[in-house]
Ligand binder design. Structure first.
Ligand SMILES: [Zn+2]
Length: 269
């Protein structure tokens, strides 16, 4: 049994990968990668995965993998839209939830986050909150995190805080300019609280390591760069034999490339 929460894995000097899972192949490859590297892992189910696969199925899949893993694995809900989604995730067996109230006025974000923290505590589940808006490449613009507001949100008892300091979701190139000074100011306002950077694919690997050394960032959310690897390996597997139609034969060929790429991500943090 190696089920873990954010509290169990974010206390050390290194950061932990929060890898975005869309299905069985990537979840399995990511756990294989974490075991090969001897590092903890955060499996994350975001809104896209939940729209495609029911939450209880994702929860059971994550827990099955975590319980059999040789390293600590956190079963994490990414971008929970409200209290209800977080509650359903806890009921589905997730060991950690993110409540994303970043689009709300601060007082409302704090109020709902507080409710989620109290509900999660009773179940032994950890909570990540968000303050400031992390924008999307080609979409919603970002809004920087304010350190004083971060301190107010942290007082709810959250276990990690996602911040906006130049990081952007869904970047296909690693060209984000992270404001280390802003990260340090936020860190000083919330001593001891691990910070989270969403949009990790947009941050060059060398920058990720430097950010960890110079700030309180201990979790990077990474999806896009591994989905790109999976897409390329799937196209190669499909094209290798036009007569082939068995999905297991085709999809199992994506596991090796995805595991190798995830090992590189995990090793670099
Ligand atoms: Zn995110």
């Amino acid at each position: 049994m190696t089920l873990a929460t954010l509290r169990d894995v974010l206390g050390g000097p290194r950061a932990v990968a929060g890898l975005v899972v869309l299905g069985w192949e990537d979840a399995r490859a990511f756990v294989d990668a974490a075991e090969a590297e001897g590092r903890p892992l955060i499996l994350q189910a975001g809104p896209g995965a939940r729209a495609y696969t029911p939450l209880p199925v994702l929860g059971a899949m994550f827990r099955h993998l975590a319980e059999a893993a040789s390293v600590p694995v956190v079963c994490h809900l990414d971008h929970g839209e409200g209290f209800e989604t977080c509650l359903r995730a806890v009921q589905a067996g997730f060991t950690s939830v993110m409540y994303d109230g970043s689009a709300l006025p601060l007082a409302e974000n704090i109020a709902v986050t507080q409710c989620v923290v109290e509900m999660a505590r009773q179940a032994g589940v950890s909570v990540e909150a968000e303050l400031g808006v992390v924008g999307y490449a080609g979409g919603k613009p970002s809004q920087a995190t304010d350190p004083a507001e971060a301190a107010a949100l942290a007082a709810t008892g959250i276990d990690a805080l996602a911040v906006s300091v130049g990081n952007v979701h869904l970047m296909t190139d690693s060209v984000a300019a992270i404001d280390i000074g802003a990260l340090q100011a936020i860190g000083a306002a919330v001593p001891g609280l691990p910070l989270v950077l969403h949009g990790g694919s947009g941050i060059a690997p060398a920058d990720r390591a430097r950010i960890v050394r110079e700030s309180a960032v201990r979790k990077f959310n990474i999806g896009t760069e591994l989905r790109q690897v999976w897409g390329a390996s799937l196209r190669a597997a499909v094209g290798r034999d036009p007569a082939r139609f068995d999905r297991i034969a085709i999809l199992s060929e994506t596991l090796g490339p995805l595991t190798t790429a995830a090992r590189g991500v995990i090793r670099g943090l």
